[in-house]
Design a protein around this ligand. Sequence first.
Ligand code: ATP
Ligand code: MG
Length: 330
Amino acid sequence: MTARRILSGMRSTNPRLHIGNYEGALRNWVELQNEGYEMFCMVADYHALTTMYEDAKEIAKNNLEVAKDFVAGGIDPEKAAIFIQSHVPEHAELHLLFSMITPLGWLERVPTYKEKQDDMGTAEREPYGLLGYPVLQTADILLYKPYGVPVGRDQAPHLEIGNDIGQRFNRLYGQDVFPVFKYMIPQDENRAKLPGLDMRKMSKSYDNCIYLSDTEDETAKKIKSAYTTPSKIKMTDPGIPEGCAVCQYLKLYSPNWEAQWQEDRDGLRGCSANKKECTEAVNEYLRPIRQRRAELDDATITEILRDGAERARAVASATLAEVKAAMGWN
Ligand code: ATP
Ligand code: MG
């Protein structure tokens, strides 16, 4: 078992990552990388297909852009393997094997499954793969036998199933192939589930995001129309910072947030002052990420992904061989 390996991923449902992806996951990836963990950072294109199968070409384009955000956010391709899920076919094969040993009831109970089902609109549009999402995710994770998986809070139910499937495999085939991995979810609740501009979870699919690569003007415009305390019309009306998107971002990015929240509550400051100061704080925080991203081109990132897939495959194929040996299929 490798004590210091980490695996995590992001779906390529959009060309750009948002500050929720960064706060919930990417920021921790960078910290773990800098602490010396061996990182496997995956662009999850198969997972994107579960809800976007009509737009397969889009996903292929998004893959490169998401990988650019990994690097812009601080992942160092010299240290970490950055790769596209479908470039490592072992993910698909282990998914298939796991799909044979996973009880259906475990999957039907996953809360995100019900949400995603609703998002699909009609039952006709809902693919088989949507139900199997956590099984594929388990294959992604366990191929690397990681010490931990750094993700946002929404992923917790999937990770639980992941350990359950791994332990079930070990029991069924009488061998300790898979270790139990840790969930690495930010302590700060705001980072674990960052609210979007409309106070729902910030999500690529909801169009309620501040993207890492938005321009400063786009950021200003979005914050200007963000959700604030509905009953705060005049400056002197008391605000409820806990329920206000702008105040949530101030808490993360503004060093003066405590004073700003108090004045908001006491009716000593208005929403427009909050929005102006929030925009400045967010833009300042994102400036180095945006600069690094502007310098990345397709050729460089393609090379990084090729190298990353090779490194990922070396580990994934060794695990898959162990899996088959445990099943007596070697
Ligand atoms: P989609 O809407 O396509 O599912 P998403 O924005 O939810 O996109 P994912 O690719 O599903 O992003 O998630 C990538 C990582 O970012 C996961 O670790 C997830 O937990 C984390 N994450 C996503 N949204 C948030 C958020 N609002 N706050 C904190 N972490 C988040
Ligand atoms: Mg998601």
